[in-house]
Design a binder for this molecule. Structure first.
Ligand SMILES: [Zn+2]
Length: 283
């Protein structure tokens, strides 16, 4: 699935910011949500928009676009515990202070490219995963704060994480944060919740507890019910890409559902989870 079909609201935002000479995008961008791989693909796509010397099309074959696609671009760097370590750095589990200093050192030289640094983690199988306060520790983050706040021209930082709370607050406060919803569940059949939940955005506020109670009674598997709700909201998003205001609400609601899923996994009482969710999304 094409990124701009998955995330048209994000892609539009960045395309407008980059292609329009009167606008610009933030120097520091934080993506959060469960699909880290999608975040990484988005960061690479934005890196291509920033560096493409041709028409910035999705399938552009210019040198910069191909380099970035193949992970070979000299100015688009992944910074993780496994990538772009200085030679004398033997740290294995963290993005190290030496790496942070190397990034700062690189920026002292001028560049013809738009420099992009994608901060993330990699697991034992070299899969992209998210930053947290163990793999990206305070000392390292703090070493970068000044640079993130006032980087040289043509420099963009990305930070990828599952959960905003996993990252040090000083990075969050200096970044523009974007929730990236997960589309892995798009094919989940949501008919089990149809009668209870369809058009929930039109429900009256006073129905909140009744709806929560009904959802809670629907099945023993609260997580499955939440996946169905998420799938339903994603289908609404796909059909309402033109309606910006509604999209913003739906995006907020998806974020609430992801939060509810984490609460269920953390063993919060399901009825409480459904109540909090309904209070948050039925207004
Ligand atoms: Zn290109």
């Amino acid at each position: 699935m094409h990124l701009s079909d998955k995330y048209p609201f994000l892609i539009n935002y960045f395309e407008n910011g980059i292609k329009n000479p009167n606008k610009s995008i933030a120097h520091s961008i934080l993506f959060y949500g469960n699909d880290i791989d999608a975040q990484y693909q988005l960061a690479l796509y934005i890196a291509r928009l920033l560096n493409c010397k041709k028409d910035k099309n999705y399938d552009c074959e210019c040198l910069d676009c191909n380099w970035i696609r193949n992970g070979e671009h000299p100015a688009v760097l992944t910074i993780s515990r496994k990538d772009n370590k200085p030679d004398d750095d033997d740290s294995k589990t963290v993005i190290s202070l030496k790496q942070a200093n190397q990034v700062k050192q690189t920026l002292l030289n001028s560049s013809d490219f738009h420099r992009v640094f994608i901060f993330c983690d990699k697991d034992e199988n070299d899969e992209i995963s998210g930053l947290n306060n163990l793999n990206f520790q305070e000392e390292t983050a703090n070493a970068l704060l000044k640079t993130i706040e006032e980087p040289p021209q043509n420099t963009t930082f990305f930070f990828l994480t599952r959960n905003k709370d996993d990252l040090i607050s000083t990075i969050i406060s200096r970044s523009q944060c974007f929730f990236v919803p997960t589309f892995e569940h798009k094919n989940i059949d949501w008919t089990p919740i149809k009668d209870l939940f369809e058009n929930y955005f039109e429900f009256e506020r006073q129905t909140v507890f009744e709806v929560a109670n009904n959802l809670n009674n629907l099945s023993k598997n609260s997580l499955a019910t939440l996946e169905q709700i998420q799938s339903y909201i994603l289908s609404l998003m796909k059909n309402n890409f033109e309606n910006k205001q509604f999209l913003v609400k739906l995006l907020h609601d998806i974020e609430s559902v992801e939060y509810a899923k984490r609460q269920i996994i953390a063993k919060v009482t399901p009825l409480n989870v459904f109540e909090n969710l309904c209070i948050d999304i039925i207004k």
